[in-house]
Design a protein. Structure first.
Length: 67
């Protein structure tokens, strides 16, 4: 009977270690995901700043010089 308890204690210890490792991996992935999302937001802002300003319609623009 005592060997069964010992076996269960060993299994429980291994499961707790596995859960802790999975939790740590999950936290690291969450941090990396937040970092990547922050970088993506920065890139979006830079792209918006680099975009040419909105212009009027093409009809309002003068024709090119070769016309």
């Amino acid at each position: 009977m005592e060997s069964r308890f010992t076996e269960f204690e060993i299994r429980l210890t291994h499961q707790e270690a596995a859960i802790e490792a999975l939790t740590q991996a999950s936290l690291e992935q969450q941090q990396k995901l937040e970092d990547v999302l922050g970088q993506l937001q920065s890139i979006r802002i830079l792209l918006q700043q680099m975009a040419p300003p909105e212009t009027g319609s093409l009809e309002d623009e003068p024709p090119p010089p070769h016309y």
